[in-house]
Design a protein around this ligand. Structure first.
Ligand SMILES: *Cc1c(COP(=O)(O)O)cnc(C)c1O
Length: 649
C-alpha cells in the first residue's frame, strides 16, 4: 500500500497540487514556496530571481553540524525584509497623501526577546530609525544596550517604578528619544519627581483607553474594559499634574494600542480617528504633543484566507499604512493642526515570518480500520460473526449508499453503543467489542467514500475524518515551541517540507512527545477553512519525515515553558547569500537535561550522587554486579548531558 517516495508523479499529482492543498502560496507571503521536486523552498526577498534554498537542505546542513531536530530556524533575510517593508510602506503612504511628518517604527521586545533577534532588528532597523518598545526594566536595559543609533526611539510602556523612570531618564541624558507612556497618575508623579531630581526634561506620552472595540481573539480586552490606559478623568488628572509642575511642555505623545492581531481594517480606522480626537484636545490644552503612537495590532495572515477571521486579516500592509495616515489627516487637517510624527509598534508582523519550527515524525498510529481479509483469517473472530450486534453492524456496512448515509451513521452509532453497554455489563468479550469497533470504523469509511456521490450531506457527516484519522507523533513540545496553539487555539501553517510531489494520502492530527493530552495540533486552517486534520504522507521506514510549522517567530519562544521538562530547542540562524548559498550564521544548542533540572532546583551533581548511592545499594543486595553498576551510572551521567528531545542513539 505504501507509495515509494521515488514514484513522483503517480496519479498526476505534482508539487503544484501540494501548494494548493497546504495553501503555501497564500500564507507564505512570497517567502516560502514549493519547487517542482516537492521541497519547501525559502526565497530571498531581496533577490527574488536568485536561487531559493530548500528547508530540507538546511535541515541536513544543521544535522551535519550537530544540531538535531527539533530546530527552530531563523531566517535573517526575512526579518530584515519585514523591517524594510513596514518602514517603506509607511513612508510611501505619507508621500502619496502629502503627510508632513515622518514615520518611525519600534519593535515591542516582549514579542521576541532573544538576543540574536533583537540584535538583528537593531542592525537592520538603524537605517530606518527603527527603535524598541519596552514593557519592563529588563526590556528597557535590552533596548538601551542594543540601539545602534540615537535617532531610534525607545517607548516605555507598562508599570514603571522610580528605578524604571531613572533608567529612562539616563537614556534621555545619553541623547536617546526615550518616551515614558503614562498609564496612571501615580506614574506621572514619579516621573515629575525623578526628572526634577535628575534635572532632565522627560518625553512624556499618555496612553488612552479607546472605546473602539476590535474583532478577533482580543475582543474582550479592547474598548472600555481594557486594563490598560487612562480613563478620561485620569487623563485630565495627569495633564493637571504636569501643568502644576510646569512640565506641560514635556507632554509630547499620544499612545493608543487597540489590540493584537486586528483582523478587520475598519477597527484600525475607527481607533485612529478616536485617538486623534484625544490628540486634538491635548493640543488645545496647551501641550506641544508632536507624536502619535498607534501601538501594535498589524495582523499576520496565518491561514492565508485574507479575511476578517481571527487568524487572518482583510487588508494588506499598504492599505493599513494608508488608512492610518488618511485617518489622521481627516481629523487634523480641518482643524489646522500640524501632522504629528507617527510611530507604530508592530510585533507579530515584524517577526512571525522569520522563524520556522522543524521537527521529525517519530511514530504513526494508524487508526484506519482493519480490512476484511485481516479479520477472516482469525478463527476466534469467525465465531463472533453470529453475535447479534456484530451481525447488525455488518449488514449496515453492506448497505451504505449515497441515499442512506445519515441512517447508516445513526445505526452504526446505535449498535456500537449497544455493544459497549454489553461489555460494561460483562455480557460481551473484549474481542467482540474490538470487532464491533472495527466494523464501526469500516462503516464510517464507507460513508466517507460515498459522500462525494450524495446530493445533500448532513452537517454531522461533513467532517468524519476525525474518527479515522491517524496520529502522527512529532519530536517537539507544543508547550515549549507553540504555546499559543494550546493557550488560545492559535492556528499556524503546518506542512511537510519535502515529498510534496507525492499525494498525501493519510489524514492525521499531530501529537507532541509530552504526555499531556493537550500536547497536540488538531486545528489546521487554510484558505478553504478550518480542519481538525492535516493531509500527510506515509512515513517510510529508515527515512526521516520532516514537518515545518511556519510563522512562529512572534510570542512562541517567549511564552514557551518546561512542561514535562522539555527545554529550549536547538536554534539556528541562517542567511541566504546573494549567490543563493546557505550561510549558517549562528547556532544555539538547546537545553540539556541537566539544564532543565537545574531550572526546577535540582543540582545535577547531587542527583548523580544520589543515584550512585541507589546503584551501590543494589550492588550490596546482589541485584547488580560492580561492572553493571559502572555502566548504569555512566549512562545516567551521559543522559544528564543529553538533549531533552528524542535523539537517535
Ligand atoms: C503586545 C503589544 C504590541 C505588539 O502587538 P502586535 O500585535 O504583536 O503588533 C505593541 N504595543 C503594545 C503596547 C503591546 O502591549
Amino acid at each position: 500500500m505504501n507509495m515509494p517516495s521515488t514514484n513522483t508523479h503517480q496519479g498526476g499529482w505534482t508539487s503544484r497540487h501540494s501548494a494548493e492543498r497546504y495553501g503555501i502560496n497564500e500564507w507564505g507571503a512570497d517567502y516560502f514556496a514549493v519547487d517542482a521536486n516537492g521541497h519547501v523552498m525559502v526565497l530571498d526577498p531581496e533577490n527574488p530571481d536568485g536561487s531559493p534554498v530548500s528547508l530540507l537542505a538546511i535541515m541536513h546542513g544543521l544535522r551535519d553540524r550537530g544540531l538535531e531536530p527539533p530546530v527552530l530556524l531563523r531566517i535573517e533575510n526575512i526579518l530584515d525584509h519585514r523591517i524594510k517593508v513596514i518602514n517603506q510602506a509607511f513612508t510611501h503612504a505619507m508621500t502619496d497623501a502629502g503627510y508632513r511628518n515622518r514615520y518611525r517604527g519600534v519593535f515591542p521586545i516582549k514579542v521576541n526577546q532573544q538576543r540574536h533577534v533583537i540584535e538583528e532588528i537593531a542592525r537592520a532597523g538603524s537605517r530606518f530609525n527603527h527603535g524598541f518598545e519596552a514593557g519592563s526594566k529588563a526590556e528597557l536595559l535590552i533596548a538601551m544596550a542594543s540601539l545602534e543609533s540615537h535617532t531610534c526611539p525607545i517607548i516605555c510602556n507598562g508599570f514603571k517604578d522610580a528605578e524604571f523612570i531613572q533608567l529612562g531618564l539616563y537614556a534621555r541624558k545619553l541623547g536617546i528619544d526615550c518616551f515614558f507612556v503614562v498609564e496612571n497618575p501615580t506614574e506621572a508623579r514619579i516621573i515629575i519627581e525623578q526628572s526634577q531630581a535628575l534635572n532632565v526634561r522627560p518625553l512624556v506620552g499618555v496612553r488612552v483607553k479607546l472605546s473602539t472595540r476590535v474583532d478577533g481573539h482580543w475582543q474582550e480586552d479592547s474598548g472600555d474594559r481594557s486594563i490598560f490606559g487612562l480613563s478620561t478623568t485620569r487623563l485630565l488628572e495627569v495633564v493637571d499634574l504636569l501643568k502644576q509642575a510646569d512640565m506641560l511642555d514635556c507632554l509630547r505623545m499620544l499612545h493608543a494600542h487597540i489590540g493584537s492581531q486586528i483582523p478587520n481594517i475598519m477597527n484600525v480606522r475607527a481607533g485612529v480617528a478616536e485617538a486623534c480626537r484625544y490628540y486634538v484636545d491635548l493640543v488645545r490644552e496647551g501641550a506641544p504633543m508632536g507624536t502619535i503612537d498607534m501601538g501594535g495590532g498589524l495582523a499576520v495572515d496565518y491561514d492565508g484566507s485574507q479575511s476578517n477571521w481571527t487568524h487572518s486579516r482583510n487588508y494588506q500592509l499598504t492599505e493599513y499604512c494608508a488608512d492610518i495616515v488618511d485617518s489622521i489627516m481627516e481629523v487634523l487637517d480641518p482643524l489646522d493642526i500640524a501632522h504629528p510624527e507617527l510611530i507604530t509598534e508592530s510585533g507579530r508582523a515584524t517577526v512571525a515570518y522569520s522563524s520556522v519550527l522543524l521537527f521529525n515524525i517519530l511514530d504513526v498510529t494508524d487508526c484506519r480500520p482493519l480490512q476484511e481479509a485481516d479479520t477472516d483469517a482469525n478463527t476466534d473472530q469467525q465465531a463472533l460473526l453470529t453475535d447479534p450486534q456484530i451481525q447488525r453492524l455488518n449488514s449496515v456496512r453492506d448497505i451504505v449508499n449515497p441515499g442512506n448515509l445519515q441512517e447508516c451513521y445513526n445505526d452504526a452509532n446505535f449498535y456500537r453503543e449497544e455493544m459497549r453497554d454489553r461489555f460494561r455489563r460483562g455480557t460481551a468479550t473484549l474481542r467482540a467489542m474490538a470487532l464491533a469497533d472495527n466494523t464501526y470504523l469500516q462503516i464510517i469509511e464507507r460513508i466517507q467514500e460515498e459522500i462525494p456521490n450524495a446530493s445533500r450531506v448532513p452537517t454531522v457527516l461533513q467532517d468524519l475524518s476525525e474518527s479515522t484519522s491517524d496520529i502522527y507523533y512529532g519530536n517537539f513540545s507544543v508547550f515549549q515551541s507553540l504555546p499559543d496553539t494550546w493557550a488560545i487555539e492559535q492556528v499556524f501553517p503546518v506542512m511537510p517540507i519535502h515529498r510534496l510531489d507525492e499525494e498525501p494520502k493519510r489524514t492525521a492530527f499531530i501529537a507532541d512527545i509530552t504526555c499531556d493530552s493537550d500536547g497536540k495540533i488538531d486545528h489546521f486552517s487554510d484558505p478553504s477553512g478550518q480542519h481538525p486534520t492535516l493531509p500527510l504522507h506515509d512515513v517510510h521506514k529508515d527515512e526521516d519525515y520532516f514537518l515545518g510549522v511556519f510563522l512562529v517567530g512572534a510570542y512562541q519562544e517567549t511564552l514557551g515553558d518546561l512542561h514535562n521538562l522539555f527545554g529550549d530547542t536547538n536554534v539556528a540562524s541562517i542567511r541566504i547569500s546573494a549567490e543563493g548559498t546557505i550561510e549558517y550564521e549562528r547556532e544555539l544548542h538547546g537545553d540539556t537535561i541537566a539544564d532543565v533540572l537545574s531550572y526546577v532546583e535540582y543540582e545535577p551533581a547531587s542527583l548523580q550522587e544520589s543515584f550512585r548511592q541507589v546503584a551501590e545499594r543494589a550492588v550490596r543486595s546482589g541485584n547488580l554486579t560492580v561492572a553493571e553498576r559502572r555502566t548504569i551510572v555512566r549512562s545516567f551521567s551521559e543522559s544528564l548531558g543529553g538533549y531533552t528531545y528524542y535523539e537517535h542513539i
